[in-house]
Design a protein around this ligand. Structure first.
Ligand SMILES: *[C@@H]1O[C@H](CO)[C@@H](O)[C@H](O)[C@H]1NC(C)=O
Length: 326
């Protein structure tokens, strides 16, 4: 009797001890799991908020080969300096080509200033190549799409001298272009529509795109495209279109949209991105602009045998890291 009465409390005590150690272990496990979940969520939060992390993540996933910037400039050396200052500091920019159509060659002071800028912005012994593409005695708007000798990249970012894009914005647009390298990828969408009452095409500006959410061109004042299209534009596009552009000093961007759409059979891609305007607004603020653009559309369609190559799209590429909600 005694033996059993003594033994029973002992076994109960042991059971209690075992229960306590199990509880402690469970508690520890919970703490570890919670800690892991907490740090994991914090880490992903940080990824979303600091842009250094984002851009390294993107850089690892894109090939080393970058893109060339082709800047169209016209007698605005201060704007050119600002642009070069900015773009030579961007990752992924392999070379910068300045399309020079002024009657006199670039002044020495400008050249030496730009060379110093390139040196100052070089990193890890990596220097952006800077070149003037000089067009003597010829200021045609077709110059901006002349073939570039010795180009090391397939991708071209064509840009005017009076707008600037952040390096991260460019890198994002470049990654979009890499998924669709046969078409144009750009920041300034425009559209065409059919005026049935007059049986002709009309050019739609910013307002039309906003109203309909549809576009069929991205302007070459800020767009990526494949360098092969320079050859097509210069050597294979009907020469009547090039003559029209030279004579009217307009619509070279519409013509390039036609070339790319006709050969790729695809609409362009509009990428969201902030545009910093550093110069006064140019030709698009002049009166009668839209009518002249409509005229270009109709004349070019005739040259394409009456077939409109442009295709509409409602697709907009947005950097998911900059979205507030899904
Ligand atoms: C349109 O593209 C086709 C090839 O798909 C080509 O044969 C034709 O010449 C192009 N049209 C113009 C006007 O460039």
């Amino acid at each position: 009797m005694r033996g059993t009465s003594l033994r029973r409390p002992v076994t109960i005590q042991r059971l209690r001890q075992i229960a306590v150690t199990i509880k402690i272990k469970l508690l520890l496990c919970c703490c570890i799991v919670l800690a892991v979940v907490f740090f994991a969520s914090r880490a992903s939060d940080l990824m979303g908020w600091t842009c250094d992390d984002c851009s390294t993540a993107v850089r690892y996933s894109t090939p080393r080969k970058g893109y060339a910037i082709v800047i169209n400039t016209w007698k605005r050396h201060d704007l050119l300096k600002k642009s070069i200052d900015h773009y030579t500091a961007c990752m992924g920019v392999e070379s910068i080509h300045i399309v020079w159509s002024e009657p006199s060659p670039p002044p020495d002071s400008l050249v030496s200033y730009l060379q110093q800028t390139v040196k100052a912005n070089s990193r890890d012994s990596r220097e952006t190549e800077l070149r003037f593409e000089i067009n003597e005695e010829d200021s045609s708007l077709n110059n901006r799409f002349k073939e570039i000798k010795g180009l090391r990249t397939e991708a071209i970012f064509s840009v005017d001298d009076d707008v600037i894009f952040a390096c991260s914005t460019l890198e994002f647009a470049f990654s979009v272009w890499q998924t669709a390298p046969h078409t144009m990828v750009g920041f300034v969408p425009r559209m065409h529509w059919i005026d049935r009452s007059k049986g002709r095409y009309r050019y739609g500006g910013w307002w039309s795109v906003w109203w309909s959410g549809t576009y069929s061109m991205v302007l070459s004042k800020a767009a990526f495209f494949h360098s092969k299209y320079l050859d097509f534009y210069t050597n294979h596009m009907p020469s009547s279109i090039r003559h029209y552009i030279t004579n009217n000093r307009n619509c070279e961007d519409i013509a390039m949209s036609f070339v790319v759409a006709n050969l790729s059979g695809s609409p362009p891609v509009w990428v969201q991105g902030k545009i910093y305007e550093i110069g006064s607004s140019g030709i698009s603020s002049l009166g009668g602009h839209s009518e002249r653009r409509s005229q270009c559309l109709n004349i070019f369609v005739e040259e394409y045998g009456g077939i409109m190559p442009l295709l509409p799209s409602t697709f907009k590429a947005v950097d998911a890291r900059r979205l507030w909600s899904w």
